[in-house]
Every structure is written in C-alpha cells, then in structure tokens.
Ligand binder design. Structure first.
Ligand SMILES: O=C(O)CCC(=O)C(=O)O
Ligand SMILES: [Fe+2]
Length: 360
C-alpha cells in the first residue's frame, strides 16, 4: 500500500483470439523508477457478468487478513469448500501438508486419475525432495524434487523436438516462439524469452504427473488448469517485475489466475557441484526468480517448483466463491532476472477457479 500509494498507473490491456496468450501490462512509475507489471493470459473468451467490487486491489497486510477473515464459507450455489490454503498456516503445517499431498500421495485427488490409472509408478527423485517455506502468509513455497529430472528432460525435448518438425504456423503450439505481449502479439522488452505451449498429448506421462501433483498441492481440479507453458531464456533475456493475475482477468469465463506453479527444467550453476560442472552442458548463470516483497532471489534447481496464490481470495477461505471478483495480491509480484550465460528453461502451470476451456 505504502509502496503504491503515491504511484502513477497506466493500465494497458490487450487480447488475442489465438490459444497462445493474451497479454496486458501495468506500467508503474515512481520517483525515478519505472517498473512493468506484465501479465499474460489465455485467449479471450465470452465474458460473464461479475459483481465487480469497487475495492482497490491494494491491501495492507492487516487489511488483507481481516478481509480474508470476513468472508463466509458458502459459495453462491450454497455448497461449501474446504481447502488447506483457505486459512493462514504455519511453516510446519505447510511442510506436513505438502509432504502428504505431493510426496506421499499423488493418487487420491481426481486430478491424479489420468496420471496413475495405468498403474505405472510415478517417477520420483526421492533424495531431492525437500520443502522450503519462503513465506507462510501469503504462502510462497519451494517444493524441491517436485518432478523427476528425467521428466524435466522429457518436457524440454517435447519442445525442442526433431528439427524437421519445426513449423512457424500459428497453430503449432509445442514449439518455441519469441514471447509476445498484447493483442498484436507485440515483442516487448519486458519479456524477452521464447515460449511454447504443451498439450498433455505432447508429453503424456511427465505432464500428467506434473498436473496431478499441482492439483494435490492446490486442491484445484486439473480441468481448471491452462496447458503447460514452457519458457526458454537465452543470455540477456528476462521477465521484468509483474504479477500473474490482473483485475481484468476476472472477465474470462474461467475466472482469473488464482495460483501459479512455476517449475525449473534445468539447473543454475549455483546448484551443481563444482566437480560435475565440466560434464554438465545445460547449466546457466543468473536467471534467479526474484520476489521483491520477500527480498528473495530463488536460484533455479532442476525439478524444483515454486507455488503461490496470486489473489487475495483463496478457495476454502470464508466467503470464497468461484465466481467472485479476484483481487491481485501484489506481495507476489516477481521477476525472472536476466540470464547471464547459458540457457534457462522453466515451465508454468496457471490455475483458475472454474474450468479452463481447452480447445477454443
Ligand atoms: O522465469 C522466471 O523465473 C519467472 C517466470 C515468470 O514469472 C512467468 O513466466 O510468469
Ligand atoms: Fe510470473
């Protein structure tokens, strides 16, 4: 609140009808500082009518907590939801919950059914599994060993593909294209990476396992998820400060971007022992994910996932309703810092309150 109270906003939103992405950005100028909030969205969909609160998206932490507290548990249709993340949790509770939901059991949630019905055991690097809580409230966690390093390679290969498969036509989604912003898919200096979208069919087992774990972690069904977005940064490329949700995203039928799971597909040199650096050609330097509120630069580690909620409202909190207006939580603004050498690869999974209409 303090940070933004004397700031000037200019809101620029634009859209695209393709299945690649929709982008909007808020440019924020303070005394001598210029910052871009850059947001990407799925395709524009027929809008529904929301009861749009006049409330600002900017909360102090006390206001935020009392806002969460005043909501009631009933949804508009009279049903109530329960979700671990609906109430403030301490570090131990978070670690216990994630250990159970992600590391011990990927089969109890509906989301896991596709992944595990074939009776194939999930691929896990057990020795890498560890949970790091950066912030309890709002929650920001790193789940190390979220997906096996083998599956990370499979995902990158699904994007790189055989050379002859390369095709620049718009309807090819699983190949890298320069990241764009806006209706005209403008190239932007705020986001200079390349992106590709993976449908589960492009890489079934890794993507199913990933979605099942994200579903267990968030408590949301996989049908509410966007396809996986894979991002490659080459030296000098970055994604400047932004939030993954914006007020305007509430206009979509699936609602806004409630939560994010960002996973690293390769290692920063920081995370590779010196003796193995020479025979490891896929590391990079720079490219930390920086969370300004927590003054924390996360150094990418292959198979580690970051999870957070982008909005003040969360499933399971009092008064949460799938159709309600979602206010962005500015504490979760973040940036992908410039890569200094090598290539950094990440993937994103964005979650919505309502089913995401695949195939439009
Ligand atoms: O690359 C990173 O570290 C952050 C990426 C990110 O924030 C995004 O793709 O929305
Ligand atoms: Fe982001």
């Amino acid at each position: 609140m303090l940070l933004l109270s004397h700031c000037y906003y200019h809101l620029r939103i634009s859209s695209t009808m393709t299945t690649s992405c929709f982008a909007g950005s808020i440019f924020l100028a303070t005394a001598g500082v210029s910052t871009a909030f850059t947001i990407r969205l799925p395709p524009i969909l027929p809008t529904k009518h929301h009861h749009v609160h006049s409330s600002s998206s900017l909360f102090s932490s006390t206001q935020a907590q009392s806002y969460l507290d005043t909501l009631s548990t009933k949804e508009a249709d009279g049903t109530s939801t329960s979700n671990f993340w609906g109430a403030p949790r301490n570090e131990q509770e978070i670690i216990d919950f994630i250990s159970e939901a992600v590391f011990n059991d990927v089969s109890h949630h509906d989301a896991a059914s596709n992944a595990l019905n074939d009776n194939v055991a999930p691929t896990i690097d057990q020795h890498l599994q560890r949970i790091e809580v950066i912030s309890e409230e709002p929650p920001l966690v790193i789940v190390h060993g979220f997906l096996s390093t083998e599956h990370c390679d499979d995902i990158m290969n699904a994007v790189i593909g055989p050379e002859e498969a390369y095709d620049n036509s718009e309807n090819v989604k699983n190949q890298l294209k320069r990241s764009t912003m806006g209706a005209k898919q403008d190239k932007s200096q705020q986001r200079t990476s390349s992106t590709a979208w993976l449908h589960p069919d492009h890489c079934p087992k890794p993507l199913d396992e990933f979605s099942a774990r994200v579903s267990n972690l968030s408590g949301l069904p996989t049908s509410n998820f966007e396809n996986m977005q894979v991002v490659r940064y080459q030296p000098g490329q970055e994604f400047q400060i932004h939030t993954d949700h914006l007020d305007s995203f509430n206009d979509m039928d699936c609602g806004g971007r409630l939560a994010t799971c960002l996973m690293y597909l390769n290692d920063s040199e920081d995370n590779v022992p010196e003796e193995s650096l020479s025979n490891n050609d896929e590391t990079f330097t720079g490219g930390e994910t920086f969370f300004h509120e927590f003054d924390r630069a996360v150094s990418p580690r292959k198979g580690s996932a970051l999870f957070w909620w982008n909005t003040m409202e969360r499933p399971g909190s009092k008064g949460y309703d799938k159709n309600m207006f979602l206010n962005v939580d500015l504490k979760l603004r973040h940036a992908g810092l410039p890569v200094l050498s090598g290539e950094k690869w990440v993937c994103n999974k964005w979650m919505h309150p309502l089913p995401f209409p695949h195939g439009v």
